[in-house]
Design a protein around this ligand. Structure first.
Ligand SMILES: [Zn+2]
Length: 882
């Protein structure tokens, strides 16, 4: 699954400081075994095959069902225990014999069937009728309302099961180790099309409904079951024996052409990479208008929020990038997640880190001019910020129940895991790594696995004890700061002494944590990096010549920080403009983190940030713009604000001037993105020329909507909105209101939320809550209200807290985790005590670890604000002589 953070909180202009963010030790180091796999259900009865027939009644928000489950009884039992939620079971029989009692307990999400006489070991058939609920939030079987281009109200049905919501649609053994085959039979209106994991085997029309029977699935976990039904149409293509389809609302299916072309490419590449051909007869991608925000890797039937799958004339290059990257992530899950599934939710990272890593590699491979892997440094940095908290947690974390399973979908699981896999791949070499992955997939196909199984496969492929290195990163919280001290021999040969300790942004680490750190060392500004495994404290190594640049995190592939001694740092600063981009990025990231953690003065960071010269590397400049933007934000209301804003403008303006406003021939998408990033920041920092140009472009846009290409619309409209008076605000509002394309309309509403005028901002808050937002864009309300906080922290807080249930309704699974993270967004809106009381009042005590993480970030932000104001003041008072 792609979690919501990717989309929801990626605000293109102003990163809202709310990133999706558990901690008993996990039992380390055992291969998968069904009997040893954690879980709540007894393992004496195992499902083999389900036949589930349902007939939804959307008006009544209910459905009726008949379910038959062939089960293997492993030891004589008197009771069958399985999951159910909001369901009533009737006429429950085992092998035709009525059960003695049936008790469903929604508080435990369990049904217990007590048999009239014990069942002997062997295969038995459980059969019952039942009634359940059609959900209005995206979990289980849910109804999704939407407004068509023509303005009509319409609806469809879809499903979202992960982690523990299949039980809302059919009673089942709803844990990932209980693999079984599934056959779905659904009766819906005759003019609907229906999609599930497998192709349709039979359709019987009996007006006004039709009953569709789907082919039986391979053995898989319940959380991958899918059904969508509605007024849908598809386009398709054949790759080998696999039929690829893209489904959308009828009339929109041609907007799936880009996604279909992407899917063809990705399927070919993955068939090759995994050396295990995609095993199902078809693979559909389904664009659900609205629903949950993100995408879900149901085997053979991936569901997407339509904004993450459909591309048309009003889409931007960023939309195209997101579509490819999300497809590459979800399709990677078809192998890692679906074909091979984690044994239990404590290894969720095996699914998610893997799909994130594989998806990013594929996106980069097929779109080299996007510089996609380099841009992943941004998500790695967010994970490092999360993991530099005292209250962070290891990648592998204990999961005892449904709430903890849902809370595992955080930055550490996705982004730290992705970065650690990339670090291991670089260390072992990509070919050896791929060989290990192939062994892993082949050995565990149609089954489950643990992290140990993956490490064993990689060890067999590499001849190294991979588990020993990897465990430091997956079972241990945090990451190290590697301190480099150089000494020089008479002939100028440099020797470095390396020391490590846990890096914390704030607070002292008192643990004895220790990592095997796969370093990549480059001496000088060119040359291939050398692999060096840091195992012992005080380890010494030869490292080129004194006076030349040195990176011990070459190409920024490591998940660790580096602090160089003053002489080495000075050598790096002198050579900065000619360093490889990856080494520049690593230095900028580290120095900024060292400033925030009070290891370095701001001047040390700024001396690098002002030395980019003519290098137009997008990630490096984005890092610089974000750091300057953080300081500008901290300075608001302070005496030195305008002086700092002028300084910040002077740092980025030469590059912005070089790039200009218009795309040049042959310019790659990353440079185009850099232009927008720089102009957006200049606009925010009060650059008169940028404001003027944006206004002129906007004036042309008002007369002719094609005057600004979609890629630049958010940039221009956001700058105009920031400085808008009432008339301009009304005009921007009317533009958003009259737009009937969801993609463009979301963009226009988001721009509107940047308004600075307080009275207009209150109007913007009302708009974000109003019925003019169509039902399929319901998920965008939270993003809109959070964006308001960039200029109006208190208004954003009151609007969010007064409407919290409604804003979180599109995110039923993530609502507790998002709530725990609210202090990260509202650290400067209200006093900490008020924030804490609000969060604790809304969450169970079981979530105290998540709550503490959010509060720790809020405290850190307050401290950093004070620090940055002080340091920036000192810097401006006495800038370094150049
Ligand atoms: Zn995923």
């Amino acid at each position: 699954m792609i979690r919501i953070a990717r989309r929801l909180f990626r605000v293109p202009l102003h990163w809202v400081a709310l990133t999706l963010l558990a901690s008993m030790p996990v039992l380390a180091g055992a291969p998968f075994s069904f009997d040893a796999a954690p879980g709540r259900l007894p393992k004496d009865v195992v499902p083999l095959d389900y036949t589930v027939a349902i007939t939804p009644d959307v008006d009544a928000l209910a459905f009726s069902g008949v379910e038959t489950v062939r089960v293997r009884v492993r030891a004589r039992v008197r009771r069958l225990v399985f999951n159910s939620l909001n369901e009533t079971l009737d006429d429950v029989r085992l092998d035709g014999q009525p059960a003695a009692t049936v008790a469903s307990d929604d508080s435990q999400q369990l049904t217990t069937v007590t048999l009239s006489r014990p069942a002997a070991p062997g295969v038995h058939t459980l059969r019952f009728r039942y009634r359940g609920k059609v959900e209005t939030q995206p979990h289980g079987l849910f109804v999704q309302h939407y407004t068509t281009h023509a303005g009509a109200n319409a609806l469809l049905l879809s499903t979202k099961m992960e982690s523990t919501d299949a039980r809302r649609m059919f009673p089942c053994w709803d844990e990932p180790a209980f693999r079984a085959t599934f056959q779905l039979i659904v009766t819906v209106p005759v003019d609907w099309n229906t999609v599930s994991n497998m192709p349709v085997s039979k359709r019987v029309v009996h007006e006004p409904t039709a009953t569709t029977t789907f082919e039986r699935s391979p053995r898989m976990p319940s959380y991958l079951v899918e059904f969508t039904g509605g007024e849908l149409a598809k386009i398709n293509a054949l790759i080998g024996r696999t039929e690829l389809g893209v489904w959308a609302i009828r009339g929109r299916e041609q907007d799936g052409r880009t996604a279909l072309a992407n899917a063809q490419q990705i399927l070919r590449d993955y068939n090759d990479y995994f050396a295990y051909p995609y095993p199902l007869p078809k693979l559909d991608s389904i664009a659900v208008p609205g629903g949950f925000t993100g995408a879900m890797e149901n085997w053979g039937a991936i569901t997407y929020n339509d904004q993450l799958l459909l591309i048309h004339a009003l889409s931007t290059i960023q939309d195209r990038q997101t579509v490819f990257a999300v497809q590459a992530h979800e399709m990677a899950h078809q192998w890692n997640g679906d074909l091979v599934t984690m044994g239990w939710w404590d290894d969720l990272w095996l699914n998610e880190s893997f799909a994130s890593w594989r998806g990013a590699k594929e996106t980069d491979l097929r779109n080299p001019d996007w510089k996609w892997l380099e841009l992943q440094d941004g998500s790695k940095e967010r994970a490092m910020r999360s993991d530099a908290r005292v209250a962070s947690h290891p990648i592998q974390q204990h999961v005892a129940d449904e709430l903890q399973a849902a809370n595992a979908f955080d930055d550490i699981t996705y982004n730290k895991g992705e970065a650690v896999l990339r670090m291991l791949e670089a260390f072992l070499g990509p070919d050896v790594f791929r060989d290990g992955i192939r062994r892993y997939i082949k050995a565990h196909a149609f089954s489950n696995a643990t992290a140990t199984d993956l490490w064993n496969a990689l060890s067999a492929a590499s001849g190294r004890d991979v588990g020993k290195i990897a465990a430091d990163w997956t079972e241990q919280v945090g990451f190290p700061l590697v301190t480099v001290s150089a000494s020089c021999a008479a002939a100028g040969e440099r020797t470095v002494t390396l020391i490590q300790r846990r890096f914390l942004l704030h607070g002292a680490d008192t643990s004895t944590a220790h990592w095997n750190v796969p370093l990549r060392v480059r001496s000088g500004a060119a040359g291939a990096p050398q692999a060096l495994l840091l195992t012992a404290d005080g380890q010494r190594s030869r490292a080129g010549q004194c006076g030349e640049a040195l990176s011990v995190n070459a190409d920024a592939l490591g998940f660790y920080r580096v602090a160089y001694d003053p002489a080495t740092l000075a050598a790096n600063a002198r050579s900065f403009s000619v360093l490889p981009d990856g080494d520049k990025i690593a230095l900028l990231d580290d120095e900024w983190a060292l400033v925030l953690s009070e290891h370095e003065e701001l001047a040390a960071y700024l001396s690098l940030a002002t030395s980019m010269g003519e290098d137009s590397d997008t990630r490096a400049w984005t890092q610089i713009a974000a750091a300057l933007g953080t300081i500008e934000y901290a300075e608001r209301g302070a005496a030195a604000h305008d002086a700092f804003a002028a300084f910040a403008r002077s740092v980025i303006r030469p590059m912005a001037d070089r790039l200009g406003w218009d795309t040049k021939d042959g310019e790659t998408p990353d440079v185009q993105q850099l232009r927008r990033t720089l102009l957006a920041n200049l606009g925010t920092w009060g650059d008169a020329g940028v404001r003027r140009e944006a206004q002129q472009r906007y004036n042309a846009f008002v007369k002719d909507r094609s005057a600004i290409k979609p890629d630049d619309q958010l940039l221009v409209l956001s700058i105009v909105a920031q400085y808008a008076d009432a008339a301009t605000f009304d005009q921007l509002h009317a533009i958003a209101q009259s737009e009937n394309d969801d993609t463009a309309q979301r963009r226009y509403y988001l721009a509107l939320m940047n308004v600075r005028d307080p009275a207009l901002a209150r109007q913007a808050a009302q708009i974000a809550l109003s019925q003019e937002i169509p039902p399929q864009s319901e998920d965008s309300r939270l993003q809109l209200v959070l964006q308001l906080g960039y200029y109006h922290p208190l208004l954003s807080w009151t609007t969010t807290t007064e409407n919290i249930d409604r804003l979180l309704a599109p995110y039923p699974k993530y609502a507790p985790l998002i709530t725990a993270q609210m202090p990260e967004a509202f650290w400067d809106s209200v006093p900490l005590g008020q924030l804490e009381a609000w969060v604790r009042g809304r969450l169970p005590a079981e979530m105290s670890a998540q709550i503490e993480r959010g509060l720790e970030t809020a405290r850190a932000r307050l401290r950093e604000k004070e620090l940055l104001v002080r340091e920036a003041g000192a810097y401006l008072a006495a800038p370094p002589r150049t």
